[in-house]
Design a protein around this ligand. Structure first.
Ligand code: TMP
Ligand code: ASP
Length: 235
């Protein structure tokens, strides 16, 4: 199935297949934070992120959000549609955490009346700078129609996932999405949805159940990923 490796990112590898419209994503246990300054391993993370992301992508498809997902091939490998990634990181927030408290002087844990959305330019050399829609248009990162579609899809993802996780006693604090274009220009949800890319807090205790435990050297990193696996799959 896999032919040559075409891309290696911080947490995943991407392989070509015999079908030019399909690629295989392979999830690693490697973790980075602080723009790659901190490097480490979260044992078992690749399996958890692969399985959880696939599960959530299928849930989103059922709720009308098109995604790149095609088929889970193994614990770490998934067949997805080949896309060209829109170089925007889209962040939706329901509760103040991460960069938000320091950037805007709002206490961590403040619940927003309405979710916020922000964009970063996906560019490691520039350290993923925050930008607005007008910057994205000026830089030709996406068209007006694509940006409108991406915003609508992102808020839809938020509504579906917020309700899904609350049933599992988890608050969806915030998350990062990436989108891709199929060869015909259709925008689909791509990349992953996992404890690497979302903040999850236990709904009763606000215990952090995501990559923040690694970013902030809090310990219990693998336990948090395993707990989220348990909340989602009951395993
Ligand atoms: P932030 O508060 O650090 O901006 O992060 C917002 C959300 O985006 C959080 O759920 C973590 C996720 N995220 C990524 O997935 N990748 C990144 O490189 C960054 C900075 C954040
Ligand atoms: N993945 C990003 C990095 O390597 C950061 C993060 O997830 O916090 O810097």
């Amino acid at each position: 199935m896999k032919t040559e490796m075409i891309y290696e990112g911080k947490a995943k590898k991407v392989y070509a297949t015999e079908d030019p419209a399909l690629v295989i994503v392979s999830y690693k246990d490697d973790a980075t934070a602080g723009d790659g300054a901190k490097k480490g391993t979260i044992v078992g993370k690749g399996v958890i992120n692969n399985r959880m992301s696939n599960h959530l992508m299928q849930l989103l498809e059922k709720n009308g959000v098109p995604t790149h997902f095609v088929e889970e091939l193994s614990d770490r490998d998934t067949l997805v549609k080949r896309v060209s990634i829109v170089p925007l990181e889209v962040i939706v927030r329901n509760i103040s955490a991460g960069h938000f408290p320091q950037r805007y002087g709002v206490e961590e844990g403040t619940v927003f009346e309405n979710p916020t959305i922000e964009f970063s330019y996906k560019n490691d050399d520039l350290h993923d700078p925050l930008l607005n829609e007008y910057h994205a248009l000026a830089l030709k990162l996406a068209t007006r129609e694509e940006i409108d579609r991406i915003k609508a899809m992102s808020f839809q993802v938020n509504e579906v996932l917020k309700a899904y996780f609350l049933k599992r006693n988890v608050k969806l604090v915030d998350f990062k999405l990436e989108f891709g274009r199929l060869s015909d220009g259709t925008i689909v949800l791509a990349d992953e949805i996992s404890p690497d890319t979302c903040r999850f807090w236990d709904a009763d205790t606000n215990e952090k159940l995501d990559k923040d435990r690694f970013r902030r050297d809090m310990g219990g990193v693998e336990d948090a990923y395993n707990e989220m696996m348990h909340r989602v799959f009951g395993e």
